[in-house]
Design a protein around this ligand. Structure first.
Ligand SMILES: *Cc1c(COP(=O)(O)O)cnc(C)c1O
Length: 218
């Protein structure tokens, strides 16, 4: 199957309220262009430099999502075009995004990454940290960012029950914040291996790489 055939098949299975981020990290321009030509407009990258290069070379109506961990000193390179930053995990990072957004006269949409996996290596805030960030006076002063929801990554495991438990807990947390914060409309959870489970448990945005583009060779 070609990449665009895989895209079309995947999109057929998605409910209307779920949007697809095509994770194009490590993939060449021509393969991304093929997926673009098949109708896909949202692409996700996890490295700043790679996203900047691809943004320069590809059509300008692509919505670029930064899905990886962001270093504060690199926000300036993407602030003029990024559409959504998925993995905000500290107030300091949010402050820097706000500063760079202001310089570019933009409002940048962000998601707070919540740690749901038991693995040590995964980034993300604890729920309590997210609650106090959203309630803080300092946060209310940031006028050039908008937090529109949450992102989470489940444990890398074949045990479906663990993944379900983690997605359910993120969905519950999302719902509880949504009652308070009217901008909340996006729950980014689910990748190639677990997006079906994520959708069952309330995901509104899935980030799919290898199931679309094929395996990555690093
Ligand atoms: C690479 C990556 C994905 C996509 O992974 P696949 O398993 O290839 O679908 C999703 N989210 C994040 C944060 C990633 O880094």
């Amino acid at each position: 199957m070609t990449t665009s055939e895989r895209l079309i098949n995947l999109k057929k299975t998605l409910p209307q309220h779920v949007s697809l981020v095509a994770v194009s990290k490590t993939k060449p321009i021509n393969q991304i262009q093929e997926v673009y030509d098949a109708g896909q407009r949202i692409f996700g990258e996890n490295k700043i430099q790679e996203m900047v290069e691809k943004h320069t070379l590809l059509p300008k109506d692509i919505s670029w999502h930064m899905i990886g961990h962001v270093q504060r000193n690199k926000v300036k390179y993407i602030a003029h075009f990024v559409n959504l930053i998925h993995a905000v995990d500290s107030f300091k990072l949010l402050q820097e995004i706000n500063k760079q957004a202001l310089k570019n006269n933009r409002i940048i949409n962000c998601l707070l990454q919540i740690k749901i996996a038991s693995e040590e290596a995964k980034f993300g805030m604890m729920q309590e940290e997210a609650i106090s960030l959203l309630a803080s006076e300092e946060f209310k002063l940031l006028k050039n960012i908008k937090i529109i929801g949450l992102m989470g990554m489940a444990t890398f495991t074949s045990d479906k029950e663990i993944i379900e438990y983690e997605f359910k807990s993120l969905k519950n947390f999302f719902d509880s914040l949504k009652t308070k914060y009217s901008n909340f409309n996006t729950l980014s959870m689910g990748m190639s291996g677990d997006y079906k489970i994520a959708i069952v448990h309330g995901s509104t945005m899935i980030r799919v790489g290898s199931a679309l583009f094929g395996a990555r060779n690093y």
